[in-house]
Write a protein that binds this ligand. Structure first.
Ligand SMILES: C[S@@+](CC[C@H](N)C(=O)[O-])C[C@H]1O[C@@H](n2cnc3c(N)ncnc32)[C@H](O)[C@@H]1O
Length: 400
């Protein structure tokens, strides 16, 4: 018989409409037969079906629902969900052969990420409940996505919270750890095994492609460059010089290979360093750029540090604006879902104020379309940014 969790009555037991998370404090008493990772159905206090999902009390979000319909979570369910998500990404094939095919809650599959890199699927399972479905997931990947190779990269601090060990392995025959993909005009080597995330920052695709409108003839500084995503696009779109800065030599090395792959290596200089230090040095030497790109990692892992994180973003944006030529462009991003849009926008405004600059918004940026933002699940929105045209504020001192 199916295991059932009942919600409290009244406001406490009320779920956010269309939201798949149920918090521990929303349950009535849990039967001791329900174990972490179990498949369960959730009912209202008076026994009405709410949804079906999985349970893990190690997380405050103790239930994640996969469906609000009274349907079995079987092979057909997984095939359908993955097919729907994959079909939605169909328009992307004209732009790239690397994209996120399943984005967890945003595609109705909490705790599951599936990325496609050319002929290889890289998937990540982040929760204990989803881990129990691994055989069905693997079968659906085979049935629907039909890749040549499947690599599991279930490596994340979230797994520890869920009581899971990391797991990284090829399922079936081993493919290549470094895969060549294309994104618009650019080609990239992606290291799916050692690289960040599943290998590439797929979520920044739209902003990288937007460089088409901002790069021609420009002197560009690409900060937090990883494997040269923005740098290569800037080079291909006519930048006269690009400096690509990252703290890790391994990413710069792959960046150099990417620059060669695209025939732009003569324009791009790869510099290893801490961006904060590099920016201060550039500022001290009075060197200027036409386009500065700031795409930092999330400074915000916990909510309490919103203030500290804002300080970091403010400093970066202040320094970035200060090394721009008059009328230059700042492309600035935050990838933290804990940093609300308004706070990020205010942080950039404050940085401008301190720097004595004003700006016009040329373009607002969001995560690429293969990372859908579902309005009823605000946590699905995390990446935000702007292309800003920055100029100096001239103070007209009033005459006596
Ligand atoms: C969000 S990723 C950048 C993604 C990149 N823009 C792209 O499109 O592929 C952040 C990068 O910042 C680098 N990083 C982190 N802290 C840094 C620091 N203090 N100075 C320089 N690079 C840093 C990481 O190594 C990582 O490659």
């Amino acid at each position: 018989m199916e295991k059932v969790i009942r919600l409290r009555s009244g406001r406490q037991g009320k779920l956010r409409p269309g939201h798949p998370w149920v918090y521990k404090n929303q349950f009535l008493k849990i039967s001791p037969t329900i174990k972490p990772g179990d498949l369960i159905s959730v009912q209202t206090s008076n026994g009405k079906f709410v949804g079906r999902g999985y349970y893990n009390p190690r997380s405050e979000i103790s239930v994640r629902l996969l469906t609000f319909n009274d349907e079995p979570l079987d092979q057909i369910f997984f095939n359908n969900r993955i097919k729907q998500a994959f079909d939605r990404r169909n328009p992307l094939f004209s732009v790239t052969n690397a994209f996120r095919a399943v984005f967890s809650e945003a595609d109705g599959l909490p705790g599951l990420i599936i990325d496609i890199y050319h002929n290889t699927v890289v998937f990540q399972v982040l929760t204990l409940g989803m881990d129990r479905f691994k055989n069905l997931i693997l079968k659906s990947i085979e049935n629907i996505l039909k890749p040549s190779f499947v690599y599991e990269k279930s490596v994340s601090p979230f797994r520890k919270v869920e009581g899971l060990k990391d797991s990284a392995m090829w399922w079936g025959s081993s493919g290549e750890p470094i895969i060549e993909i294309f994104e618009g005009k650019a080609k990239f080597f992606v290291d799916i095994v050692n690289g960040h995330k599943t290998g590439f920052y797929l979520d920044q695709r739209k902003s990288r492609l937007a460089l088409e409108n901002f790069s021609n003839g420009k002197k560009v500084l690409d900060l937090f460059s990883y494997t040269g995503g923005f740098s290569v696009h800037a080079g291909l779109y006519g930048a006269k010089y690009v400096r690509s800065v990252d703290i890790k030599e391994e990413w710069l090395e792959l960046g150099r290979k990417n620059a060669i792959l695209n025939g732009v290596s003569r324009k791009i200089e790869f510099v290893r360093g801490d961006v904060f230090r590099v920016l201060k040095d550039i500022s001290d030497s009075n060197e200027k750029f036409d386009l500065v790109i700031i795409d930092p990692p999330s400074f915000l892992k916990k909510k309490e540090s919103l203030e500290t994180a804002s300080k970091g973003y403010k400093e970066l944006n202040y320094l970035g604006m200060n090394i721009l030529n008059e009328g230059g462009i700042l492309a600035t991003f935050s990838c933290s879902n804990k940093m609300p849009n308004e706070v990020f926008s205010k942080t950039v405004e404050e940085a401008a104020l301190i720097a004595g600059k004003k700006f016009t918004i040329l373009k607002r940026c969001h995560q690429a379309e293969d990372h859908p933002i579902v309005r009823s699940i605000p946590e699905t929105e995390y990446l935000k940014g702007y292309f800003l045209k920055v100029s100096t504020v001239i103070h007209n001192v009033g005459q006596a």
